[in-house]
Design a protein around this ligand. Structure first.
Ligand SMILES: Nc1ncnc2c1ncn2[C@@H]1O[C@H](COP(=O)(O)OP(=O)(O)O)[C@@H](O)[C@H]1O
Ligand SMILES: [Mg+2]
Length: 528
């Protein structure tokens, strides 16, 4: 259909400036000369632009950004931080279309009332208030055509992936391919409201006896693959600290409560809400934490739950051998990993935090990732979601309690639930020191991590220079030219219709690029 080439051009053109900047930084571009040093501020600016581009491109790319933000092994920290906050607010679509979906799946007469004005709208769905069987309900309706748009986008992404891989450093190829598969799974799951409804019910059942947590209940007979009819639960936004105080709640207490709820989901139940951004959490009048949005949920097998607790304990005890075992169990590291250097690397990582232990999940995962990224490894989707929970919730927790210490919160939880009995005394000796240091180290860690990442990145550039054979560089260049040429050709074709002058300039540039592509291609041939 016509849709695919147009979308391809739009996507390729949107990313073109980033590709060019990337190639230029990496010294891979013949024409524009030497590599350059990019300052932190420039990176931050670029990260913000990338973020805006992803939002403009819609749901598929917002999801890509969210997934990338959990991968500091591939994405530098500045970018990861910018992408974590990716969220979308999209104006509601025409009510007739929503009505048509409701009519087809649930029936027009199913609701006593249905408010045509949406109370919330993301790129995948919008939420309406209605009355069902006399009860006030929230109806989440998947946007019309969103599946078609995403299918086309996924085709484009699959087509562009080899180009990205060709340009990316070689040791990221494995991660990038996995990432693409995992990403498709995440977005397909989020589109499937049947699944979302089931997860909401399962997690709701796990909290049925917990008085201070509220999961809206589902009206499954009025729900479908694209409609969720839920109990309407009113709440105050979790980050509205002023309002929470006025209502008489203690933000510090709420922070602990949220952390404990997540520990229960992850460690005790094995099914967890994977998207704790501020829009999805609230506090109701009775002080209960309300969870919305079960589109991103993870599940751990009992073995994985055990592995995660062990990883935490091994890290706190600075036992790198044990950490390697656990990372293998988690499927993060390959069984054949070079244990010697891995040990060294993990040891270095721990020392790098000045032996103060690991103060939180995010610091732990970032550190482990930044070191691991010279090895082929993958992060299974559920572990990836856990990282997301860690990074996203940390932001929320720190807003509620700037001093929030995840380490001691985890420690308290693990003790209360009997996960740490044997050898507890010696373990706590170390932890107590850590806990007293944690206020300070929390402040220092981000700066330090950035330094580690920087060093690794600088090292990486050197390694690259050694590793990449000349012909490979040439092929990468040729591919880059091919991509750029293609984008210019398509872009010019579009422009010619709307603006003939710019169109002509576009065609000229395309012509020059084509010549450069042919020269680059010729170079790869003669070198072989
Ligand atoms: N059961 C509910 N009761 C009250 N408000 C709800 C309910 N479900 C969703 N909402 C509101 O709608 C917003 C969007 O719903 P959500 O499920 O998070 O959709 P999205 O996937 O688009 O983020 C939520 O942030 C919340 O404010
Ligand atoms: Mg949401």
């Amino acid at each position: 259909m016509f849709q695919y080439p147009r979308r391809f051009a739009q996507i390729a053109l949107s990313f073109l400036p980033f590709f060019l900047a990337f190639l230029r930084d990496r010294h891979r571009f013949i024409v524009f000369g030497r590599s350059r040093l990019v300052t932190e501020a420039q990176h931050k600016e670029r990260a913000q632009k990338l973020r805006d581009t992803l939002v403009d491109l819609g749901p598929t790319f917002i999801k890509i950004g969210q997934v990338l933000s959990t991968r500091p092994d591939i994405v530098p920290l500045v970018y990861a931080q910018e992408l974590i906050t990716l969220q979308d607010t999209v104006p509601p679509g025409p009510f007739e279309e929503i009505q048509a979906i409701v009519a087809a799946d649930v029936g027009v007469d199913a609701y006593d009332e249905f408010d045509p004005d949406a109370i919330a709208g993301g790129s995948l769905a919008q939420v309406h208030v209605a009355r069902y069987e006399g009860q006030r309900v929230a109806v989440k309706v998947r946007r019309p055509n969103v599946v078609d748009v995403i299918e086309v986008d996924l085709r484009v992404v699959r087509r562009l992936l080899p180009v990205v891989i060709a340009i990316a450093p070689r040791r990221h190829h494995f991660s990038l391919r996995n990432l693409a598969d995992d990403f498709e799974r995440v977005i397909r799951e989020e589109l499937d409201f049947d699944r979302e409804g089931r997860m909401m019910e399962e997690i709701g059942a796990n909290f049925a006896d917990v008085d201070d947590v509220k999961i809206p209940s589902l009206y499954s007979e009025a729900s479908s693959e694209r409609i969720l009819t839920m109990e309407f639960v009113e709440s105050t936004k979790i980050t509205d600290v002023g309002e929470l105080r006025t209502e008489g709640f203690d933000p510090v207490e709420i922070a602990h409560h949220i952390a404990d709820t997540y520990f229960k989901m992850g460690i005790v139940d094995g099914v967890f809400h994977g998207d704790p951004h501020p829009g999805n959490l609230g506090i109701d009048k009775r002080g209960r934490i309300v969870f919305y949005d079960f589109g991103m949920t993870g599940r751990f097998t009992p073995e994985m739950q055990e592995a995660i607790v062990s990883l935490y304990l091994a890290a706190a005890a600075r036992d790198t051998e044990r950490m390697i075992d656990v990372l293998i169990d988690l499927g993060v590291l390959d069984r054949n990993v070079d244990r010697g250097s891995m040990n060294q690397v993990l040891d270095l990582a721990i020392k790098n935090l000045e032996g103060k232990g690991i103060s939180d999940w995010r610091a732990l995962m970032l550190e482990v990732n930044s070191i691991l990224h010279e090895f082929p490894f993958r992060i299974p989707p559920d572990v990836m979601l856990l990282i997301r929970v860690g990074t996203v919730s940390e932001g929320v927790l720190r807003q509620l309690d700037p001093e929030f210490d995840i380490l001691s919160a985890a420690q308290t939880f693990l003790v209360a639930h009997g996960y740490r009995k044997r050898g507890a005394e010696t373990w706590f000796e170390g932890v107590r020191d850590d806990a007293t240091m944690s206020a300070r180290s929390t402040v220092r860690i981000p700066a330090k991590l950035e330094r580690v990442l920087d060093t690794v990145q600088r090292g990486e550039l050197e390694v690259e220079g050694l590793q990449l054979q000349q012909p490979l560089i040439a092929i990468a260049r040729a591919l880059a030219y091919a991509l750029i040429t293609a984008s210019w050709v398509i872009g010019s074709a579009i422009l010619t219709n709307t603006n003939p002058t710019f169109g002509l300039i576009g065609w000229l540039i395309a012509l020059i690029m084509t010549v450069m592509f042919l020269i680059a291609l010729h170079n790869t041939r003669t070198r072989e």
